[in-house]
Design a binder for this molecule. Structure first.
Ligand SMILES: [Zn+2]
Length: 327
């Protein structure tokens, strides 16, 4: 009796001991899990984390965000003495020689094209009727330009003939043209980008444009609106630009980029949306003043379809029609 009681006692002691061991295994395991998940989260919480382990080893490749880099530029005019200079240099790519490398590096480049592209474009250095040849327009492909805005006061300089020629040339070279009444889209790394272009140089604002912005917004992830507007040779945006930018944003624009004033104007963030009122001249032949030789391009970074950061890079047209980057 006593012996069997003693056996039962030993049995309970052993069982109790085993239970204690398994409980501590569970507790220690849970502590390890909590600790590792905290360390994983800490990568996102703090960029100056003091953790000694290499953060990249904790992220599997599928967890990397889908990153897209975009460059926006101001006015690109490949006619008049920009064209003459390239011909004299015997280099059709002369206007883009010093900037193409940087433009080619990013996923998407969106410019304002201020001239029609026609095969019989006459050579001239003066006047305000712009055009360029197929040969000089090759600089667009050379620089990796993806989308051009044609909603401006010069794309119609050769009437509907010039517009059609330009659109055909761009199509043959796989460059999208916006600003002619419809949305164009391009998908990069799983994010669908949409581009629209509008002109208000000689035109008032139009409720149909806002309708198009609203409709387009529902079909893309990021909507970039190019706008040709503002006062020439002024360094700050006017009230019309500021009001209209807000209307675009209310209707779904995710980026607003302006051109036409030939000077770089101010930028602002409105409800989280970057607005660049004017990026000035990128490729142009207005060599008669310092401000018209200065320009800016914007590099935008998106991750998983969200705007992360932007960087303004200054440019300067040192030789006729040829921009370069400056500090
Ligand atoms: Zn213009």
């Amino acid at each position: 009796m006593y012996a069997s009681l003693k056996r039962i006692g030993i049995k309970y002691i052993i069982l109790g001991f085993l239970a204690a061991i398994s409980t501590s295994v569970i507790v220690v395991g849970a502590l390890i899990l909590i600790n590792s998940s905290f360390r994983k989260n800490s990568i996102f919480i703090s960029s100056d984390s003091t953790t000694t382990s290499n953060p990249t080893t904790l992220l599997s490749p599928t967890e990397k965000p889908n990153r897209v880099k975009i460059i926006l530029t101001g006015d690109v005019m490949l006619g008049r003495s920009v064209m003459i200079e390239a011909i004299e240099q015997e280099d059709p790519l002369f206007p883009f020689r010093k900037v193409a490398d940087v433009l080619r590096e990013v996923d998407l480049v969106f410019i304002n094209l201020e001239n029609p592209i026609i095969k019989d474009c006459p050579r001239h250095v003066g006047g305000f009727t712009f055009c360029t040849t197929y040969e000089i327009a090759e600089g667009l492909t050379f620089s990796g330009v993806d989308v051009v805005n044609l909603a401006n006061n010069h794309s119609g300089n050769y009437g509907s003939y010039g517009i059609n020629e330009t659109i055909n040339y761009l199509e043959r070279n796989e460059i999208l043209a916006t600003g002619v009444g419809k949305l164009v889209t391009k998908e990069v790394n799983g994010t669908n980008f949409g581009f629209l272009g509008f002109e208000y140089v000689f035109k008032p604002s139009d409720p149909e444009h806002l309708e198009l912005v609203k409709k387009s917004d529902s079909t893309v992830d990021i909507l970039i609106v190019g706008v040709h507007w503002g006062d020439e040779y002024k360094d700050t945006a006017n009230q019309f630009q500021r009001n209209l930018a807000r209307e675009f944003i209310k209707n779904g624009a995710d980026v607003v980029v302006g051109h036409h004033p030939h000077w770089v104007q101010d930028s602002e963030i409105v409800d989280g949306v970057p607005v660049y009122y004017s990026l000035g001249n990128f490729v142009f032949d207005q060599m008669w003043s310092e401000e018209t030789k200065k320009g800016a391009i914007v590099e935008l970074i998106f991750e998983d379809g969200k705007f992360i950061e932007d960087r303004l890079i200054k440019t300067y047209i040192r030789e006729r029609g040829q921009p370069e980057f400056v500090e």
